[in-house]
Design a protein around this ligand. Structure first.
Ligand code: C5P
Length: 299
């Protein structure tokens, strides 16, 4: 018996970051958009818990119990008193340590797949609670579409989206650690008053209208200066995308993947070609969103 779940990457169209909290996390106003770059996670009954991974970044994926997919299986098995004897295979297309929630996506997908495989009967609410325990971005990977995340990003409000937005994503030559980027944010913020994060009304209106020009004018990422400080070459990639006609450019989440909003699929192909030629990217992909969250496709 096996179950396969397909799960999308995300881009943050707004990432407003507050001051560090006593627990070390930061309050966020985090507007997530799920985009059509996918991992597929297959869980199969086995003698013991095992993780394997295939794909261009597979060598960078931990295969032990620190992998969010393994942690998801352990969390559900622990709640149900089940032996977590399952082989989790990740067919990975989402960049690793890229700021596109690839690890979180695998956690949400493994949870949904194990719930199905074990007929564990967890409700949507219980699955979301387990996701929130696993990480701040994991609940969004389960629900997909578009949502505003508050708290540390795990408290979700679904958003209405009036159309499809087209993107180009440029993968960098190495990853960035999310905690390191938040630490750099804190260092750059030292001595400044950090306002409480709030979602931009103009941005929410642009999303609701499906208007790429209005969205381009309102994209923001408070982590971008920190990501650029740790990875200055990203500025060259952003400039290359801008020069090639992207409506707007930004670092995706904590980076280092860079995101380029474009008007349509044709513009996406032009910007992708220019970025591929510019020499600062390991890979360039086009994708559109919103798309649904983690979905069982087999089993
Ligand atoms: O929740 P998650 O495990 O994905 O977070 C990874 C790290 O990112 C945290 O340990 C913390 O350093 C940082 N983080 C944060 N504030 C958030 C989300 C993440 O400081 N809202």
């Amino acid at each position: 018996m096996s179950v396969t779940v397909r799960v999308p990457a995300k881009v943050n169209v707004q990432l407003a970051v507050g001051a560090a909290r006593p627990d070390g996390f930061h309050d966020l106003a985090n507007v997530f958009l799920a985009v059509g770059l996918y991992d597929e996670v297959t869980v199969t009954e086995a003698d013991e818990l095992r993780v394997t991974c295939a794909g261009p970044d597979a060598g960078q994926v931990p295969l032990d119990r620190t992998n969010l997919a393994a942690r998801a299986a352990l969390a559900l098995a622990g709640r149900r008193g089940i032996d977590p004897c399952v082989h989790i295979h990740i067919a990975k297309d989402i960049p690793v340590a890229g700021g596109m929630a690839g690890g979180s996506a695998d956690g949400a997908a493994a949870l949904l797949a194990c719930n199905e495989l074990w007929q564990a009967g967890a409700s949507r609410a219980e699955l979301l609670a387990i996701c929130a325990e696993l990480g701040s971005d994991v609940p969004f990977s389960l629900v997909g579409g578009a949502a505003l995340g508050t708290g540390r990003g795990e408290v979700l409000t679904a958003l209405d989206i009036g159309g499809t937005f087209h993107w180009v994503f440029a993968m960098a030559h190495h990853g960035l650690s999310t905690p390191a980027v938040f630490r750099e944010f804190d260092r750059l913020a030292e001595g400044r008053d950090i306002p409480a994060p709030v979602a931009s009304q103009d941005l929410l209106t642009a999303l609701a209208k499906g208007d790429p020009d209005a969205l381009a004018a309102t994209l923001t990422n408070d982590l971008q200066p920190a990501a650029l400080s740790l990875f200055p070459e990203l500025a060259d990639t952003l400039a290359a995308g801008r020069a090639a006609g992207a409506l707007a450019t930004l670092v995706s989440g904590s980076g280092p993947t860079t995101a380029f909003l474009v008007r349509d699929a044709e513009a996406a192909a032009l910007v992708a070609d220019a970025l591929s030629a510019c020499g600062t990217c390991r890979d360039v992909r086009t994708a559109a969103g919103p798309v649904p969250g983690a979905t069982v496709i087999e089993g």
